[in-house]
Design a protein around this ligand. Structure first.
Ligand SMILES: Cc1cc2nc3c(=O)[nH]c(=O)nc-3n(C[C@H](O)[C@H](O)[C@H](O)COP(=O)(O)O)c2cc1C
Length: 264
């Protein structure tokens, strides 16, 4: 699929989606309470598994917390400059707490269930991320840009402590939001063979050679970084084999272990 030009149809919603790009520099002006409420209202309208709203949203306004997040999330100082920071927490804690407070023990014998499992986590993550992306689009419609922070998964022990997250609350997505300080333009996307038909199809050797070349043309038009001979090599070095991904994987294992254990 080619997404470099305009799509086959257009309307204000499709145009908004096509024009969005991540915003990392912000006007200092705050996002007003009315705008915040409109964005949060839209997020809550997102689809949610079983209509259970398996997430909570933490609004971070304390500058000291933003500063700490900037450092814990792979040292990204722009996080501390964002007028509004939202954390979308995959949240089964509220339900397990509600179960405990609502006499679930009385019916447990009929439907025994001892722990909150990985499936529960995955479903809650889907809920949280769908709400986050709905917030992104709602914000964009109000002229407010945003940027996800995937590094929120890192340094789990310290993030959990900083935000007071109990065992069944996992930070599935973090968003920095604010009015863009400079004009933005959508950046290129590689969409070749995006859609598979009826079943998954892996690339052939010949296709991979072509894809590697096209990726380089799109994402590194003025040349590859020193020491690599293809764009996938650059991605391997800069992302996949990076120190931050090593930390993300270490920390993700910690989050999952804590979730399964259900303890601190
Ligand atoms: C799950 C996820 C994690 C991301 N994490 C970061 C991040 O930690 N820091 C950052 O500057 N951008 C982050 N981004 C933004 C991406 O870099 C950005 O979406 C991508 O480069 C495409 O650019 P665009 O959003 O402007 O189209 C993240 C995006 C996603 C979806």
């Amino acid at each position: 699929m080619d997404v470099s030009g305009p799509g086959p149809l257009t309307n204000p919603t499709l145009e908004l989606i096509a024009q969005r790009s991540s915003t990392r520099t912000y006007e200092p002006a705050p996002v007003t309470r009315e705008e915040r409420d409109a964005i949060l209202h839209a997020a809550l309208r997102a689809p949610t598994a079983g209509n259970m709203v398996l997430y909570s949203i933490i609004e971070v306004s304390d500058q000291a917390v933003k500063d700490r997040l900037a450092s814990l999330c792979d040292d990204q100082p722009f996080i501390a400059t964002a007028p509004w920071v939202l954390l979308f927490v995959a949240d089964w804690q509220k339900w397990t707490d509600l179960f405990a407070a609502s006499g679930v023990a009385d019916i447990e014998a009929d439907a025994p269930r001892t722990h909150v499992g990985p499936g529960d986590l995955m479903l809650a993550c889907a809920d949280a991320v769908i709400a986050a992306q709905t917030a992104v689009i709602a914000a964009e419609s109000l002229g407010i840009g945003s940027c996800y922070i995937g590094d929120i998964i890192e340094n789990g022990e310290q993030v959990a402590e900083l935000l007071g997250l109990p065992p069944h609350a996992f930070p599935a997505a973090m968003l920095c939001l604010g009015r863009p300080r400079k004009p933005r333009a959508p950046i290129g996307r590689y969409g070749r063979d995006l859609v598979h038909h009826d079943r998954y199809r892996r690339m052939t050797e010949a296709e991979m050679t072509e894809v590697a070349r096209e990726l380089g043309e799109l994402h590194a038009p003025s040349g590859l970084p020193k020491g690599v001979t293809s764009y996938p090599q650059a991605v391997y070095r800069r992302k996949f084999a990076s120190a931050f991904m090593a930390e993300m994987n270490r920390s993700a294992a910690w989050w999952m272990e804590r979730w399964s254990r259900g303890g601190p």
